[in-house]
Design a protein around this ligand. Sequence first.
Ligand code: ATP
Length: 485
Amino acid sequence: MQLLTWSLSLVPSSAESTQFLRRAASTPALDEPKQKGNKGSSANSHLGTYNPSSPAARSNSTLSSTMTATTATTANYLNAKLNGLHLNIPNSPNGSTLDLRRAGNFRRTYSSNSIKKRSIEVTPSSFVKIRLLGKGDVGRVYLVRQKDTERLYAMKVLSKKEMIKRNKIKRAFAEQEILATSNHPFIVTLFHSFQSEDYLYLCMEYCMGGEFFRALQTRPGKCLKEDDAKFYAAEVIAALEYLHLMGFIYRDLKPENILLHQTGHIMLTDFDLSKQSLPAGDPTVVMNAIPSMPPAIDTKACIAGLRTNSFVGTEEYIAPEVIKGTGHTSAVDWWTLGILMYEMLFGVTPFKGNDRNQTFDAVLHRDIPFPEHAGSQTTSALCKDVIRKLLIKDEQFRLGSGAGASDVKSHAFFKTTNWALLRHLTPPIVPAQSFGADAINFRKMQESMSLDMDHEELVLQQPGTKNLFANFSSVTLHHDGDDDM
Ligand SMILES: Nc1ncnc2c1ncn2[C@@H]1O[C@H](COP(=O)(O)OP(=O)(O)OP(=O)(O)O)[C@@H](O)[C@H]1O
């Protein structure tokens, strides 16, 4: 009875509740009505085994120059923020991001000043739609080809009418802002954003491997071996660390929002539930929990001032403090990491009940049920320990709530993780190259079935005008190194 009382007062109305049925649907803020129905899905998870002679392998080796990119991105950003503090990049072959530029196979620079914003260089008619990749509640994501360059992109097309109806305008702006300012190997890259009379467009890097969620579904028992789960968890931690440094709380981590790049590395997407701390605080340096390690960065400090109260997230991933409605911080991202790690290992989330009330009750009160029946995945004590610490119900005591990502990275479970070289490792799942190539090889056939966007005229809104979408930035983003690709 008590449960019913709080759940009715804290969660969206029953009309909105149906969206919880599909795990992929995200919980809207209370002030945002959400459409009933399923989120579309991607069908492009062509997963294959790693073949050293395949283009995937070659592509991996050409990425050698970005091997320190994870660290380099963070380091460059910090260099700007910490005003001259010298950062030692452990395990970097030469310890310098500058040398990345000199490396022969250089492709893309991940540094704070390597994105150049220019006025928009494309229009909707610069692209041809090839196929639908996925659906959200206010838009669709298409695989598109740019007519003059032949390059493939994922184009998110958001309906202005739907955004107005569902009060989602601010969220689209937030997503554009985060994508346009982020420059990280594990965060999807934005190349253009623009609008027509009826739609907003976000032209992003196409992640050929599709949703990590789909990839998990194809694994035996829908789960991964502990070392493989550790690999993906490490890449997610690197992405969250970067987002927190930038002053963003992600708030919607789940396998559906993790895409697989053609190399098999992860790319976080879907930032419409993210929250930005304005201005982002400065990071500080803390002593490393492991005495032999160099001092670590306190990413918590960057968003320490940000406490928000919206009811957002995805039912099985939602943190206790979000359910309680007492306000939440960046610690929600560490909670969701704990749920993700559990799901990667056991194929289910730990607190799933028969309905929303049961799930929320379990999130608030139940211990983590590590399966111990015969045939269940065996997990090390350290792995269980890190999950337990990430899933501490009181956010103040949760792993990550002290100094942010540094706390999580220094947990003994990640002792074997080489953070600086993550991007250089071969991921456990590498998508077969087929679709990217197919899309080009069978272009003519597909074009006959495809829609082009010629009827949509580019509209350049003047900021400050009364138009609701006037402040949506129409820009083309150039990333150092992309022209060499
Ligand atoms: N860059 C990309 N490459 C390949 N597929 C993508 C890409 N971006 C999105 N997709 C596909 O489209 C789906 C919907 O994308 P996304 O989650 O960003 O849309 P959304 O409208 O924000 O959804 P939501 O309603 O959950 O907020 C994804 O789950 C994925 O399958």
